[in-house]
Each structure stands twice: as C-alpha cells, then as structure tokens.
Write a protein that binds this ligand. Structure first.
Ligand SMILES: Cc1cc2nc3c(=O)[nH]c(=O)nc-3n(C[C@H](O)[C@H](O)[C@H](O)COP(=O)(O)OP(=O)(O)OC[C@H]3O[C@@H](n4cnc5c(N)ncnc54)[C@H](O)[C@@H]3O)c2cc1C
Length: 462
C-alpha cells in the first residue's frame, strides 16, 4: 500500500521540514483521537504546513500517490470527522494562523484557516469589532474548522451561522490547485459561491487555507438572565416571546434538568434558581447602550411562565450564570463517552421531542440516559446519550432518536455536521436525488476521493 512507501513520506517531509512531519505515536496521538474520545485512528504521518503553497505541494504529492488526506484544525469537532480512521495522512492547519490587519472601513478581516476563534476575536476587538459566531470551544477551534462544519454556537439567533460570516475564501483543491477569492465584496454575483459550497463540506471538497470574514460592531453593554421553568413547553413559549420583544437579543440557551444537575455537581455549585425546575434559559442581551431595562421589561412580559429569574449585570455575575451552560460538554465527558446527537426541531415540535426522548431511549437501553441542552433560540437541542456506568450506549438508541427527529420534521445535524458519526443516517433528511447531487459535486471536485473519504457521504453512495 502506498501509505507505507517511504519515498513518498520523505517527499512530504522535505516539503514541511522534519519538525513538522510527525510519525512517532506519542507526537501524533493528540491528532488521531477526537475530542470526545469516541473516534480514534492512526496516521502514517501528521503534516503541519506553514502556508498555503506548502499545503498545496503536500496535496499534489498525495494525489499523485493516491494517498487520502484528513484535514484538521483544532480537533474539537464532535462527529468524528477530524481524525484519520483508515490510515490517511493528516494535514493540520494550525500553523496557518496569521491575522491580516482588520479592514475597518469594510468591517472585515482576512485570517488564516488555523487561527483560533479566540485569536480572531481578540484581533477584531482591537478595532471595536467582533466575530459573529461564538462557541465554548473558542480557545481551540479554528476558523477553517468552523467554516468546514458551518459552526453555529450561541449567537446564531442574532448573526446566523458561520456560512453567513464568510465573504471570501482561499482553499487547496484535491489536485493541489489553489482557489482564492478574498476581495470581500458584499455583492459579487460572478457565478458559483465557493464560501457557501465549502461551508459545511467537512473537508471533503477542499482544504480551506484563508477566509475573509464579515465582522460586527462590538456590543459592550450586556446583561444576562437565567430563567427557570416548570416545563420544556413553557421554555419554548418564552423563547418565542423574547425573540419578538427583544431587539438586543444576543443568545437564548437552554439547559434541561439532567444537564443542570450534572453541571452543578461538576462545577461544585448549587443550582442558582428553581432547584425543582425542568428547564432553564440563559438569555443574553447586548447593545451599545445599557439593555438591562429592555430585558427586565421583556421578562415581565412573560407573565406567569417563569418559576424564578436571576439577573447578572456585571461581568462576574454574568459569567457566573453562563458557566452553567458553558461547562456542560466538559461535565458530560467526565461521565463517560457520550453519543452526541445534535438536532434541530421546529418550534411547534420541540417540547414534544424533549418530553418523549428519555422514555424512547430507556425502552431500548435501560442503562442509557439523555442529557439535553442547547441553543433554544435556533430550535437546536444537543442530546448527549450516556451509557450505564460510563460505558457506551447501545447504537440502536442513536437510530431511534434520529428516526424520531426525522419523523417530527427536524434535522439530524443542527451545527456539528455529519462526520463519521451520522453519515449512515443522512438519508433521513436528504432524498436520493439530493444525495446523487452531493455525489456529483464530490466527484467533480475530488474525482479520486482522497479528501476526507470517511465523512459525510454514506458508504453505499460512494
Ligand atoms: C466544548 C465544546 C463546545 C462546542 N460548542 C459548539 C457550538 O456551540 N456550536 C458548534 O457548531 N460547534 C460546537 N462545538 C464543536 C466544534 O468546536 C466545532 O465543530 C468547530 O467548528 C470545529 O472546529 P475545529 O477547528 O476544531 O475543527 P476540527 O475538529 O479540526 O475539524 C472539524 C471538521 O472540519 C474539517 N476541517 C478542519 N479544518 C479544515 C480546513 N481548514 N479545511 C477543510 N476542512 C477542515 C475536518 O476535516 C473535520 O471534518 C463544540 C466543541 C466543544 C469541544
């Protein structure tokens, strides 16, 4: 097999230098197991190019030797798409992390694909600007990975997901050619839209090396509230009202009962309000003038829906409320290897889904439990299924939950992507004609199927 051909490995090494061509298992381990610990593989070589032209050279060599490639950014993806599962070489973009000067007039910036979200946010903030997408993995996830997964996060309710932030892109295609369109023109109808095509493509169509991002004025005046509810139905009704009445609405997150109990134990702090509640919203408003009054009025307008409310106006009080939301993923990981199902439901079916899922799961696997939370403003629920005693839950549970989502007209992947974890379920949301169109796009841009071959497209359709 070509992957063991030492001369090809030497060619890779000569492109990036021996310090950036890793082979020793203790050096490659961090790149070959995913964040959840559920997906792990091996790679003959982990390559860390310094720039797009080195990356393009690597792809040319891999293409002519018929070697498959897994692109990787921060390796925080949650669907097993960022690790080599079948002895692919791994190309890490972490050294492509340059941030060009912010274009203040256009409110845009061009950054390398390997720049972390935190680095990009800090860079933009020096000019009073902010990135439209924010998420808890911000210190590690990269702009390239966020585009490749079309990441969502906590501010989609205001600014949309990652696809909406990308005005231009540079990427290396499967033959090693580079496409680059980074002018950042707000209007540019000159044919097919590469940012749109590559957003959500999970490394299957090209390797993103740079992106031109739209920025937003930094909104420094903020107020957060936690609101406790008796039921998922009440939390959904309240979310709809808040969306209507709050122009400064920046985030509406939800924590359901199991998740709240788990996270409060994990951080060693009691549940701040409504100890017997079933759902808690964490709401944030942000504006250029103090939005506290606007939030207070909107919460008053919820009438008898809330059980209790806690408001945080200063940075410390806001952070105290937010840690219950931001520490959940970490808290779940301390209890075993979860199956992460990230789904969207229409507002009218969301409470029904949340109410029915625990019984649906325990009918199939008595030891399995569902820990649910998410971005309620977008109808996005993260269903984390844990097995008894930290063991992995039965795969049939994933099958039942995802079929139920599709039955209710929802999406089996809201924001994490399809990856390896969900590719055999894609047919639940995509028709045979759509899958045929996906295959046509894939084979036009990657005729030999070398770019991330284990993700997104169902096995039988390749
Ligand atoms: C604590 C925590 C919280 C999270 N919260 C959220 C959240 O709120 N919303 C959300 O959407 N996600 C969330 N995630 C998931 C994850 O952070 C996102 O999917 C993120 O976009 C992945 O970025 P990354 O750089 O780590 O990509 P990786 O994990 O390295 O890769 C993800 C996928 O993108 C591909 N890829 C990576 N870089 C490139 C590139 N340059 N070109 C082409 N393909 C590439 C990979 O091959 C893989 O298929 C969370 C994860 C954690 C651990």
């Amino acid at each position: 097999m070509t992957k063991l051909d030492k001369s090809v490995l030497r060619e890779f090494e000569s492109i990036v230098g021996s310090n950036h061509a890793l082979q020793e298992p203790d050096l490659t381990a961090g790149y070959t197991t995913d964040w959840t610990g559920r997906f792990a593989g091996e790679s003959p070589m982990v390559l860390r190019p310094a720039d797009a032209s080195q990356l393009a050279e690597l792809v040319k060599v891999a293409a002519s030797a018929g070697i498959s490639i897994v692109p990787q950014g921060g390796n925080t993806g949650l669907v097993g798409g960022s690790v080599p599962l079948d002895q692919e070489i791994l190309i890490s973009t972490l050294r492509l992390d340059q941030c060009e000067p912010v274009d203040v007039l256009a409110q845009q910036v061009t950054v390398g694909a390997g720049a972390t979200l935190t680095k990009t946010q800090t860079h933009a903030s020096r000019q009073g600007l902010d990135v439209g997408v924010d998420l808890a993995a911000r210190d590690s996830c990269t702009i390239g990975g966020m585009i490749a997964t079309n990441a969502g996060g906590i501010n989609v309710v205001r600014y949309g997901a990652m696809r909406e932030q990308v005005l231009g892109i540079e990427a290396v295609l499967s033959d090693g050619s580079i496409i680059s369109h980074l002018e950042g023109l707000e209007k540019d109808n000159t044919g097919y839209n590469f940012p749109g095509l590559l957003a959500g493509s999970e490394g299957t169509l090209g390797i993103i090396t740079k992106a031109r991002l739209r920025l937003h004025p930094q909104l420094t005046e903020r107020c957060s509230a936690m609101i406790a509810f008796n039921s998922a139905d009440d939390a959904v009704a309240a979310t709809a009202q808040l969306r209507r009445s709050l122009p400064s609405l920046h985030a509406v997150e939800v924590i359901f009962k199991e998740a709240m109990h788990l996270v409060s134990q994990h951080i060693g702090a009691s549940i701040p309000i409504g100890a017997d509640a079933h759902a808690w919203l964490v709401v944030e408003v942000a504006a250029s003038t103090d939005p506290t009054e606007e939030l207070a009025k909107a919460i008053d307008g919820l009438g008898s829906l809330p059980l209790d409310v806690a408001v945080g106006t200063d940075t410390a009080a806001r952070a105290n409320l937010w840690r219950y939301r931001e520490k959940i993923t970490e808290a779940i990981s301390t209890r075993g290897t979860p199956h992460k199902l990230d789904v969207t439901l229409g507002a009218s079916r969301l409470a029904e889904f949340v109410n029915e899922v625990p019984a649906l799961i325990s009918q199939i696997d008595e030891g399995a439990t569902a820990v649910m939370f998410g971005h309620l403003g977008d109808g996005n629920v993260h269903v984390n299924i844990l097995g008894a005693m930290g063991s992995e839950p039965n795969d049939k549970v994933d099958d039942a939950v995802l079929h139920y989502v599709a039955h209710l007209g929802g999406s089996i992947s809201a924001e994490h992507g399809i990856g390896t974890a969900k590719k055999e379920f894609l047919h639940l949301n995509r028709s045979e004609s759509e899958l045929a169109a996906f295959r046509a796009i894939k084979s036009a841009l990657d005729p030999n199927g070398i770019l991330n071959p284990n993700v997104l497209l169902p096995t039988e359709s390749l």
